[in-house]
Design a protein around this ligand. Structure first.
Ligand code: AMP
Ligand code: MG
Length: 349
């Protein structure tokens, strides 16, 4: 298959390809998505095939505005409506009871719910509006690889496997959307992301915001037994080819621990990299030291994480030691992705 490459002033051509059942990668404010007509089973099947995505992992449907989202849901509660008004357009995905027949059952992986969001990226909104239909779009990477934050990442993973790529430059947040599900008067965070726990709490006042089973806080909380789960969270994600070790804890104690891990791996003859904040980076000696930006700006680390993980592969690193961040604000999503990239290898200092 020949992949077509479009600039943002060719958005209408990308929209026409979507309307005709094609699968097209496009920028959003989180990461690049791989879109297809959510009502077209053939198009949706091709998304799963192009990514190599397991068929039991449902897709997020992207729509242009709140009314379009309402058309996909069987019903919407006051609290869900409040979240839509507060955070759309933006990086918040709501899991809603699905209205029968509005999307292909491949999109929902046969569940009775559908995940929906309105992206804030101008190009994405224009594309969706011009296509005239809800667009199912997971991240535009091969399954298991870091999500793409640049068009070149998409090209590297999916060239020849998709119909087109709309190049909108680098994405904004750099991590995926926050996925939530409202149960009664509680908001369960199924996956942390661009909209933080603190932002949710501020918007809904005294109402409960509950960390989902995918967060560190929830792993130890017995009260989570009844919590809803997201099918996708069980899969390995975001991993570089080398082995990644996450060092978490007090930043002042991190440097010695990271140095010791690097030395040990070097002694085993490995090609070793470090992912560190700008303040610590000059202290390390390794085959590659990649810089997350200042520790005072975790947004910068979120923005650069996936590109840095891909750079680890390009540099042929066998072993990567990554510094952890504080779990406040966007730091919760950043640490969630780092723990996944580490496949559970976490050294607490
Ligand atoms: P991705 O598109 O790769 O960013 O992943 C989408 C995430 O949303 C995955 O973790 C999915 O499991 C989750 N998701 C999509 N649809 C649903 C749904 N109906 N219920 C719960 N989680 C969902
Ligand atoms: Mg993904």
């Amino acid at each position: 298959m020949m992949t077509q490459y479009w600039s943002v002033d060719e958005t209408n051509e990308a929209a026409a390809a979507l309307a005709a059942g094609g699968i097209v990668a496009f920028p959003t404010e989180t990461v690049y998505g791989l879109g297809g007509d959510a009502g077209n089973t053939q198009a949706v099947r091709r998304i799963f095939e192009a990514k190599g995505r397991p068929s039991d992992n449902p897709l997020i449907v992207h729509v242009e505005d709140v009314p379009a989202a309402m058309r996909l849901a069987k019903q919407v509660s006051d609290l869900e409506r409040l979240l839509m008004e507060a955070f759309w357009p933006g990086p918040l995905t709501l899991v809603l009871p699905v209205r029968e027949g509005v999307v292909s059952s491949l999109v929902t992986a046969g569940l009775d719910t559908v995940a929906v969001r309105v992206p804030a990226h101008e190009v994405a909104r224009e594309l969706i509006a011009a296509s005239g239909r809800p667009i199912a779009a997971p991240s535009a990477n091969r399954s298991g690889r870091p999500s793409p934050t640049l068009a070149t990442h998409v090209r590297g993973d999916l060239d020849g496997r998709i119909d087109g790529l709309l190049d909108g430059g680098p994405t904004g947040v750099g991590l995926e959307s926050t996925v939530v599900q409202v149960v009664g008067d509680r908001i369960h965070i199924l996956r942390p992301g661009g909209v933080t726990r603190e932002m949710l709490r501020q918007a809904v006042g005294e109402r409960a915001v509950v960390d989902g089973a995918d967060s560190q806080a929830a792993e130890s909380a017995a009260s989570q037994e009844q919590a809803p789960r997201s099918p996708g969270v069980k899969y390995a994600h975001y991993a570089p080819q080398g082995e990644l070790l996450l060092v978490a804890g007090n930043p002042a104690d991190m440097i010695a621990a990271v140095q010791a891990q690097v030395a040990e791996a070097k002694a085993r003859g490995l090609r070793v990299g470090v992912l560190a904040c700008a303040e610590h980076a000059p202290r390390y000696e390794a085959d590659a030291v990649l810089d997350f930006g200042s520790r005072s700006e975790p947004e910068a680390a979120a923005q650069s994480l996936y590109a840095l993980l891909r750079e680890c592969d390009e540099r042929g690193l066998d072993f990567i030691v990554a510094e952890g961040y504080d779990e406040r604000g966007i730091g919760a999503a950043l640490m969630n992705r780092l723990r996944k990239a580490a496949g559970g290898r976490v050294l607490q200092v």
